[in-house]
Design a protein around this ligand. Structure first.
Ligand code: FES
Length: 101
Protein backbone atom coordinates (compact mmCIF):
# COMPACT_ATOMS: atom_id res chain seq x y z
CA UNK A 1 0.00 0.00 0.00
CA UNK A 2 1.28 3.45 -0.93
CA UNK A 3 2.34 5.68 1.91
CA UNK A 4 0.40 8.84 2.62
CA UNK A 5 2.18 12.13 2.30
CA UNK A 6 2.70 15.39 4.10
CA UNK A 7 2.64 18.38 1.76
CA UNK A 8 5.17 21.04 2.74
CA UNK A 9 5.12 24.47 1.10
CA UNK A 10 8.59 25.80 1.86
CA UNK A 11 9.81 29.39 1.62
CA UNK A 12 12.89 29.54 -0.60
CA UNK A 13 15.26 32.45 -0.99
CA UNK A 14 18.96 32.69 -1.59
CA UNK A 15 19.80 36.42 -1.64
CA UNK A 16 23.03 35.65 -3.51
CA UNK A 17 21.19 34.32 -6.59
CA UNK A 18 17.42 34.93 -6.28
CA UNK A 19 15.76 38.22 -7.14
CA UNK A 20 12.67 37.35 -5.11
CA UNK A 21 11.61 34.80 -2.52
CA UNK A 22 9.38 31.99 -3.70
CA UNK A 23 7.69 28.89 -2.34
CA UNK A 24 8.30 25.33 -3.39
CA UNK A 25 5.99 22.49 -2.50
CA UNK A 26 7.36 19.07 -1.55
CA UNK A 27 5.59 15.86 -0.63
CA UNK A 28 7.11 13.67 2.06
CA UNK A 29 5.92 10.11 2.60
CA UNK A 30 4.77 9.40 6.16
CA UNK A 31 2.82 6.61 7.86
CA UNK A 32 2.58 8.46 11.15
CA UNK A 33 3.13 11.87 12.70
CA UNK A 34 6.66 13.21 12.37
CA UNK A 35 8.27 16.49 13.38
CA UNK A 36 8.60 19.44 11.03
CA UNK A 37 12.38 19.04 11.44
CA UNK A 38 12.10 15.45 10.16
CA UNK A 39 10.10 16.74 7.18
CA UNK A 40 12.88 19.20 6.34
CA UNK A 41 15.56 16.53 6.76
CA UNK A 42 13.64 14.16 4.45
CA UNK A 43 13.35 16.88 1.82
CA UNK A 44 17.06 17.67 2.10
CA UNK A 45 18.22 14.05 2.07
CA UNK A 46 15.90 12.65 -0.62
CA UNK A 47 14.62 15.51 -2.78
CA UNK A 48 16.52 18.78 -2.68
CA UNK A 49 20.08 19.21 -1.44
CA UNK A 50 19.83 22.96 -2.00
CA UNK A 51 17.40 23.41 0.92
CA UNK A 52 19.04 25.28 3.80
CA UNK A 53 17.84 25.20 7.41
CA UNK A 54 19.52 25.44 10.78
CA UNK A 55 19.18 23.41 13.97
CA UNK A 56 21.46 22.22 16.76
CA UNK A 57 19.37 19.16 17.50
CA UNK A 58 18.71 19.46 21.21
CA UNK A 59 15.15 18.33 20.53
CA UNK A 60 13.60 19.75 23.69
CA UNK A 61 13.18 23.54 23.41
CA UNK A 62 16.59 24.25 24.91
CA UNK A 63 18.57 25.80 22.06
CA UNK A 64 15.71 27.40 20.06
CA UNK A 65 17.85 27.02 16.92
CA UNK A 66 15.03 25.29 15.05
CA UNK A 67 12.46 28.06 15.49
CA UNK A 68 10.52 28.90 12.33
CA UNK A 69 7.08 29.95 11.19
CA UNK A 70 4.83 26.91 10.86
CA UNK A 71 1.50 27.80 9.29
CA UNK A 72 2.07 31.42 10.29
CA UNK A 73 3.01 30.79 13.93
CA UNK A 74 6.47 30.71 15.51
CA UNK A 75 7.16 27.09 16.50
CA UNK A 76 9.99 24.71 17.33
CA UNK A 77 10.51 22.51 14.26
CA UNK A 78 11.97 19.76 16.47
CA UNK A 79 8.78 19.44 18.50
CA UNK A 80 5.98 20.40 16.11
CA UNK A 81 4.24 17.33 14.72
CA UNK A 82 2.57 16.92 11.34
CA UNK A 83 0.89 13.82 10.02
CA UNK A 84 -0.20 12.04 6.86
CA UNK A 85 -2.59 14.23 4.86
CA UNK A 86 -1.44 17.45 6.51
CA UNK A 87 -0.39 20.52 4.55
CA UNK A 88 2.11 22.80 6.23
CA UNK A 89 3.68 26.13 5.23
CA UNK A 90 7.23 26.63 6.49
CA UNK A 91 8.90 30.03 6.56
CA UNK A 92 11.76 31.74 8.38
CA UNK A 93 11.03 33.68 11.54
CA UNK A 94 9.86 37.22 10.95
CA UNK A 95 12.16 40.14 11.82
CA UNK A 96 15.40 38.27 11.18
CA UNK A 97 17.64 38.75 8.15
CA UNK A 98 17.42 35.86 5.70
CA UNK A 99 20.77 34.21 5.10
CA UNK A 100 19.26 31.50 2.93
CA UNK A 101 15.82 29.77 2.88
S1 FES B 1 16.63 21.78 18.13
FE1 FES B 1 16.84 22.84 20.02
S2 FES B 1 14.87 23.68 20.39
FE2 FES B 1 14.64 22.54 18.54
Amino acid sequence: MAKETIKAKVFRYNPDVDLYPSYRTYEVAADEKITVLQVLKEIFEKQDRSLAFKYFSCGFKFCNSCMMMVNGKAKHACLTLVGPGDEVTLEPLKNYPIIRD
